[in-house]
Design a protein around this ligand. Sequence first.
Ligand code: ZN
Length: 486
Amino acid sequence: MRTALICFLLASAVAVAPGSAVTSSASVPTGKADKVKNVIVMIADGWGYSHVNAASYYESGEAGVQVYEDFPTAMAMSTYMFGGKYEPVQAWSDFNYVKSGVTDSAAAATAMSTGTKTYNGAIGVGINKNRLKNVIERAEERGKATGVVTTVPFSHATPAGFVVHNVNRSNYQAIAREMVLESAVDVIMGSGNPWYNNDGQLRATPNTYQYVGGKATWDALVEGTVGNDANGDAVNDPWHLVQTRSEFQGLIHGPTPGRVIGVPQVFTTTQQERSGNRFAAPYVVPLNTGTPSLEEMTRAAINILDNDPDGLFLMVEGGAVDWASHANQSGRVIEEQIDFNHAVEAVVDWVKHNSNWGETLLIVTGDHETGYLLGPNSNPMWQPLENNGAGNLPGMTWYSTSHTNSLIPFFAKGSYARFFKAYTSGYDPVRGNYIDNTEIGKVVFKSMDDPADYDADDAGEGAEDDDHSKDAEDNAKRNSKDKRNR
Ligand SMILES: [Zn+2]
């Protein structure tokens, strides 16, 4: 039976995820001499193979059409938190297997930004609450310009996990203050504007200031009087605050301030939490027009950061793919995934015209799957989405309102991208070879170290000791208590 099952799964995998299990030789320079100037990590929070295909079917009626699906490194990635594990055979023989042992976005961001597994809720700290160095801090040591961009509040788990250190992701005010007042990043963009609602309308009285670091921090940002020393010259570098969509658009070309914080005129998400029928097909409810797209924010961020001759590090998050998936909003998931896809296209365009793949590493992935999105009638067998052609909602069924431990897509292109294959941590009968999310941190750290230090034979060293079943149980309990934990 198992053989038959696997055969079925492999057959359906072709429909579910063309190219996902295929790796081909990297078109990057060989040898130890390559050194990364620019690193861009793009994370669709909550995505899985079905999320990508849902957007592709809606847009074009075909799967496999996204720009990143042609990247030379295309693998799967495991996402579990400290003490967890992913067992490929169980994942494809027990339909409910992937519903337990799930990471949250904080532990996942920390794994990717530091190369170390941690507990759910941890922002840049390890299981003993110890501070872990992240790739942005390393980039700063290398003199690079750095930034984070998201569609959800900038102090939310994913951007926070790349910048600061806090024992609990829910400490938004402290996290936002550390990002704004203590970190050395040069660009922060994300929602959380206390003066606007989720439709982008000005409020009579402000909502909570927690996502932007409290009222005093916000007022100082508005005045333009706040900012620590970001470049080590002992002179404070004040933040330049932008809020309107046209201000974001104005940063896409030409000279820019050196340090920019962009908080669009919206409360929690640029689009996904707007009012109207939240279960309508994509774009039936008109988009907010006063907020920038993720593509616009990304292009603005790169234009600010790419003035630095030492290069840049940028993390871009499509944060509300996850939020729409928790709510099982099929139409809005597609909107958010398309918004993310356009941001990736903008980055690829920038590399082609303003950089090159020999000096730039681009990683496109997620942090965990959300919603257990599959085709109709999938339980207990896994069915692909039903393609209903361009402009039509595909046949999509949600089997969870939480995160899952499913493998997710991972793509990389450019300098050092080929090294991910050396870190392969397992083989999945449906998805093929997969890495673990900690490998992102490990490879990015390596890429920014002296190239002479790097030895491909080291790849696979330092594999995490993940066999702590008690911790896994504890984490599973913690997770089941907080289903809304994003
Ligand atoms: Zn989530």
